[in-house]
Design a binder for this molecule. Structure first.
Ligand SMILES: [Zn+2]
Ligand SMILES: [Zn+2]
Length: 212
């Protein structure tokens, strides 16, 4: 699997390019202010990006959708329950003191777990509400293989969990999503979150103070 990530000020939010080493097809996850680095990475890796997948619609995860879509001309996917946030990105910016451009409309709402595909890889879409109503985690694996890499947005961080004080957030729902969905994966599963360093399921199961 080809995996590139980038994060820039002010949000230091991780955006990702994930590609198939065999077919050179790929996806972009959560393009924000670091979108130019993601587009550069896709070019450097000679990837044909086939879709833009969003883990959720908080402004830091979607401010680069317009530029990604203009550059790539591919569909944008989101969980329908977060569309109210997506459509209010300008107001989200105002609430945090940032001027943010409106974003192009979402093309597709996720339908169940999918899966979506790029090259030899599949993406299962796991609904994990709690940080926001339409939060999803994206479980990427190679066809016929068990090993999975999780992209969890702001559901889980190394040593922490997503905030639940924003519209539609709920702590009990978030803890249930983490325990029932994410902790169903084996300990050695690699987890990339929306902010901060990479982790594993086992590390968080053992040491995350919100979950032990
Ligand atoms: Zn968020
Ligand atoms: Zn975030």
């Amino acid at each position: 699997m080809i995996l590139e990530h980038a994060a820039v000020e002010p949000f230091l939010k991780n955006g990702f390019v994930v590609g198939c080493e065999e077919t050179r097809e790929g996806i972009i996850i959560d393009p924000g202010d670091e979108v130019d680095q993601l587009l550069d990475a896709a070019r450097r890796q000679r990837l044909t990006i086939t879709s833009i997948l969003l883990t959720h619609a908080h402004l830091d995860h979607i401010t680069g959708v317009d530029r990604a879509k203009a550059a790539l001309g591919v569909p944008v996917w989101l969980h329908e329950a977060d569309n109210f946030l997506y459509e209010r990105v300008v107001q989200q910016g105002l609430a945090f003191g940032f001027r943010v451009a409106a974003q192009p409309p979402v093309d597709h709402f996720y339908q169940g777990e999918g899966p979506l595909r790029f090259g030899r890889y599949q993406v299962r879409v796991l609904h994990t509400p709690g940080h926001c109503p339409g939060g999803v985690c994206l479980a990427v694996s190679r066809e016929g293989e068990q090993e999975t890499v999780l992209f969890v947005g702001d559901t889980l961080f190394a040593g922490s969990i997503g905030r639940t004080d924003l519209p539609g957030g709920d702590l009990d729902t978030l803890l249930r999503s983490i325990r029932e969905v994410l902790f169903s994966f084996p300990d050695d599963t690699v987890v990339w979150s929306g902010h901060g360093p990479v982790m594993t399921i086992g590390q968080e199961r053992r040491t995350n103070p919100f979950l032990t």
